[in-house]
Design a protein around this ligand. Structure first.
Ligand code: GMT
Length: 379
């Protein structure tokens, strides 16, 4: 019989794929019978209702006048020490290299002094490697945290390759792709909701992200401006972040504001995703593209770039189309190709849904459980 574990999970609780994956993983593990302790600075957005095997420990950094920068990493490490000791955790699973893996390694060393062994599993998600990896000021700490972890996973083969390329890693990295919990997907027929956003003869292009520059929101606006000249359509932008104001301004300049809805952040975005005809993700870099997978599972084909881990999720000509980063005209061509032919679009919708089945919770969860088991057997 499988041993039930007490697992600490550290993640970014805000909107963003790594937090979503960590939260869904914690919920799924709790459903399996494990006891889960989330340790974060605010409650993870997708945590939802209470669960008797899930606890949440908030990390509070006091506002001391001497601190120019609040020492979050130190407080987080201390909180991990406390939770491991008093809740008798078996292991700590941290999502994102800094500050989570580095704080976990500090906590591990503190606990070791007291004779407590705390295995650390680190999952790499993307920008901790692809963007921060290019910043020399982070490199030594990220390399150290990865090398000192008891096990490391990456959400795509591309991210694994990037990690070896950008850091001095002497550690095995296992690829465990992101996953979806099919219970949370929108119903197949979202016609009523759809009618609130677009007329019967209009197509809907949708996007969801944290609007960081890496998402290239301006490309979406430019592509859409051209697509809506070719066929009646609406653009729905879900999420919020640094590029939003610039994108709003651009829509006004291009005279397309009446066709574009900036929804902002939603705690439960999946239902709205399901009303799209196409999901657009023109990112500069993307280790996996969880939002694209969520769209595919809702039956929405993906127009994306071919960067990073996106080709491991989106299949060109099957579940959507891919273009080089910044190739606006190619993306316009691809959108029109799919949106102008209902039969073709509906085939792509089916294929997208089918492909998403390769990334179900049932397929991915055992891979994490096996990783935990392997690490614990080494003790
Ligand atoms: O994409 C973001 O800006 C958020 C970021 C995060 O850390 O939450 O997402 C990263 O992790 C996701 C979950 O593994 C991946 O699906 C995203 O592709 C990855 N983002 C990037 O690589 C830009």
């Amino acid at each position: 019989m499988q041993r039930m574990l007490k697992i600490g999970i550290v993640c970014y609780p805000t909107y963003g794929g790594s937090g979503v994956v960590a939260t869904e993983l914690g919920k799924a593990l709790a459903d399996q019978g494990h006891e889960i302790h989330f340790i974060t600075y605010s409650q993870p957005v997708r945590l939802g209702a209470a669960h008797k095997r899930i606890r949440y420990h908030e990390v509070n950094v006091s506002d001391y006048p001497l601190f120019f920068y609040p020492p979050y990493e130190s407080v987080l490490a201390s909180k991990m020490v406390d939770v491991v000791k008093y809740e008798n955790l078996d292991l700590m699973h941290v999502h994102y290299a800094i500050p989570h893996a580095s704080a976990a390694i500090t906590a591990k060393m503190v606990l070791a002094q007291e004779g407590i062994h705390m295995p650390v599993i680190t999952t790499l998600h993307g920008t901790d490697i692809t963007l921060l990896g290019k910043d020399a000021s982070f490199e030594p700490v990220i390399s150290f945290a990865i090398n000192k972890s008891d096990a490391v996973s990456a959400v795509s083969q591309s991210l694994k390759n990037d990690t070896y390329k950008l850091f001095g890693i002497n550690q095995e990295i296992e690829v465990i792709p992101n996953f979806l919990n099919a219970d949370h997907l929108p119903p197949e027929n979202c016609q009523e909701l759809r009618r609130e956003y677009a007329a019967e003869d209009e197509r809907i292009i949708i996007h969801m992200s944290n609007f960081r520059p890496v998402k290239r929101i301006m490309d979406i606006v430019e592509v859409f401006a051209k697509v809506q000249l070719a066929l009646p359509s609406k653009l729905i932008l879900l999420g919020d972040g640094p590029e939003r104001s610039r994108a709003e301004q651009k829509c006004r300049e291009l005279g397309i504001s009446e066709h574009v809805t900036f929804v902002g952040n939603l705690k439960q975005p999946l239902e709205l995703l399901g009303i799209g005809d196409l999901f657009m993700l023109p990112s500069e870099s993307e280790s996996f593209g969880l939002a694209a997978l969520e769209a595919m599972a809702a039956g929405v084909p993906v127009i994306s770039t071919n960067t990073g881990g996106l080709p491991e999720v989106n299949r060109h000509g099957v579940t959507g189309m891919m273009s080089d980063v910044g190739d606006i005209d190619d993306m316009v061509k691809n959108c029109v190709y799919l949106l102008s032919d209902s039969k073709r679009l509906s085939k792509f919708k089916q294929q997208a849904r089918k492909r998403a089945e390769d990334f179900t919770l049932e397929k991915i969860l055992p891979q994490y459980e096996k990783l935990y088991q392997t690490v614990l057997e080494r003790v």
